[in-house]
Design a protein around this ligand. Structure first.
Ligand code: CIR
Length: 289
């Protein structure tokens, strides 16, 4: 994989028919939203491809609307795939489909190894374990969905440091809804989503000049749930305040109208799963040779 490689899911069976987070609004869902979701998913794919990334698609499955959020399917680094275990029964049916998708990727040599989480634990994949390519560690959210007890399994599986961050509220139920490390070492995050201890942990690892705080409005627009590729950030439609902050920090924005997915509590980051991340950069490997 010589370019960023993402997994997305065909949105053909996406809807909002149950409520497992406070953003989900089954009562406003309708056929016109389903059509808008297909257009939004295509726009996100095109935005990724416009950066030179490759996107691979998992097929839709009737009755599993949240399959469109593959970030929750696994943690992936160095060709290893640590499969997720979902907390809510509504999403547990996704597990065999994602397992089969990763087995097909393995058969094609696109990932190397598939690892199961120990029994009795929940972990919702890259939504709660975000690789920081500058600091070379995982930031790991836990509480509403992922079990704190799953964090040692992530450290053991990938052999990298993990920084635990307890989430304080069901509104920001996955780490990727409130925390986004950016290329160059800056971090976009929403402080009220975290416990006091987690906020202290963020401050201990990220210098003040590198901390970009999202406002209530920016976080509620799901803009922290973003895909970052170099100086470009792909996200849902952003308030002007965030555009200004990110431009001042040197980042270029691509905004995509992801409103139908926000009705399920997700946006750009969790609609994708990056498969090509390496814990050691190509430049570091080269230097060691
Ligand atoms: N934030 C994420 O990582 N994923 C979005 C998941 C939305 C889905 N409706 C859920 O509540 O699990």
């Amino acid at each position: 994989m010589d370019r960023p490689f993402f997994l997305m899911t065909d949105p053909g069976c996406f809807d909002v028919s149950y409520r497992i987070n406070p953003w989900m609004k089954p009562e406003v869902w309708g056929a016109e939203k389903a059509a808008a979701a297909c257009a939004a998913s295509t726009a996100l794919r095109e935005a990724l491809e416009a950066t030179g990334a490759h996107v691979e698609t998992v097929g839709a499955v009737k009755g599993l609307p949240d399959l469109v959020f593959p970030a929750n399917a696994a943690v992936v680094l160095d060709g290893k795939v640590l499969l997720a275990r979902f907390r809510h029964p509504e999403r547990q049916g996704e597990e065999p489909h994602f397992r089969a998708a990763f087995q097909r990727l393995k058969a094609r040599g696109l990932v190397d190894e598939i690892v199961d989480l120990p029994e009795g634990l929940f972990h919702e994949g890259a939504g709660d374990a975000i690789w920081d390519a500058d600091r070379r560690h995982f930031w790991c959210g836990y509480g509403p969905r992922s079990s704190q007890g799953a964090l040692p399994a992530i450290r053991r599986t990938f052999g990298r440091e993990i920084i635990p961050l307890e989430l304080a509220t069901d509104r920001f139920y996955h780490l990727d809804t409130c925390f986004c490390p950016l290329a160059g070492g800056k971090v976009l995050y929403y402080p009220p989503a975290f416990t006091a201890e987690a906020r202290a942990n963020i401050r201990a690892h990220v210098a003040e000049a590198d901390r970009i705080e999202a406002s209530d409005e920016e976080a509620a627009a799901f803009c922290v749930n973003a895909v970052n590729l170099g100086s470009r950030i792909i996200m849902a439609r952003a308030p002007g305040s965030l555009r200004e902050k990110l431009a001042a920090a040197g980042y270029a924005l691509t905004e995509v109208d992801l409103a139908p997915f926000i009705l399920s509590g997700g946006a750009a980051y969790c609609m994708t799963l990056r498969l090509d991340r390496r814990s050691v950069s190509a430049a570091q490997l080269h230097a060691a040779e």
